[in-house]
Design a protein around this ligand. Structure first.
Ligand code: ZN
Length: 281
């Protein structure tokens, strides 16, 4: 076995060459720790084939999953945030926005688009948690409102995919106004008898839960999503009692009548199409 032993001494292999697989080829499920091939993970709509954990994904992935041939037209893609309050916390709000834009390649915490889903025209707005915690500022409210306007104008159903930590603190009162603004627009949609489906994903909290996310003709959720207004610690301190098991999980919220049903992401496109098909008749 002389060919198997290294004849020259002192040959060092840098760590980066020791890896058998390049970065990004494998995904480890944070819930059951199973390693999945990223291609397999994508094929399963970013859910774990072993425990069905739904990985948090962004607007890009939802658009690709739901629109036919991943083809869609984005609405107001360049709309970006101002700084109405000249706000500074650990850094200036304007600097935070610019830094987040560079890091994520996004302009704000929501993107809206229209296209076909199983041959049916639809308008979809999807939130991105990677942009300042999916927080709702003026741009989020404005883009959602304009997406609803597009639904109204074209008579196409509206799907809102929420994933948010709530209001954007750096816009304070302006952020809260988005709750009223989006809710009023949705009322126009209801008046025009155009279906609105709200999909709540992990997590949907704060002002988003307290406005458009709970106003759907159907409010549906992904399995395991955390859905609530205030966090469990705040509620526990307020009521001075221990909270029940599974509090604020999608199953718990469904059992207490706040959701219509829970949909596995792998079935999302077909379930939504079937539901909208029924509403059309
Ligand atoms: Zn898993």
């Amino acid at each position: 076995m002389s060919w198997f032993t290294r004849k020259d001494k002192g040959i060092q292999t840098p760590t980066e060459f020791k890896r058998e697989a390049p970065d990004g080829l494998w995904y480890q499920c944070p819930s059951c720790k199973k390693a999945l091939h990223t291609r397999e993970h994508r094929l399963f709509a970013f859910t774990c084939s072993s425990c069905n954990y739904h990985e948090k994904i962004g607007s890009q992935e939802y658009f690709e999953l739901l629109f036919d041939q991943s083809r869609y037209t984005e609405l107001d893609p360049m709309l970006s945030s101002g700084d109405p309050l000249n706000f500074t916390d650990t850094k200036k709000y304007t600097d935070r926005v610019v830094a987040t834009e560079h890091k994520t390649g996004l302009k704000d915490a929501v993107r809206a688009a229209y296209g076909d889903m199983n041959g049916m025209p639809i308008t979809i707005a999807a939130m991105d948690f990677s942009f300042i915690g999916g927080s709702m500022g003026s741009v989020v409210g404005e883009k959602i409102s304009r997406a609803i306007d597009h639904s109204l104008k074209t008579g196409t159903p509206f799907l809102m995919i929420s994933r948010s930590g709530g209001a954007r603190m750096m816009e304070a009162g302006f952020s809260l106004m988005q709750m009223a603004k989006t809710s009023a627009r949705l009322a126009l949609l209801a008046e025009a008898k155009i279906p609105y489906i709200s999909l709540l994903t992990d997590p949907t909290t704060g002002g988003v839960t307290a406005s458009f996310a709970m106003l759907g003709d159907f409010n549906i959720a992904e399995p395991g999503a955390l859905i609530g207004f205030a966090g469990p610690r705040v509620i526990k301190e307020t009521i001075g009692k221990d909270l029940p098991k599974g509090f604020q999980s999608a199953d718990f919220v469904l059992d207490h009548g706040f959701l219509d049903f829970i949909v596995d992401r792998k079935d999302m496109k077909d379930k939504l199409s079937a539901l909208l098909g029924m509403l059309k008749n």
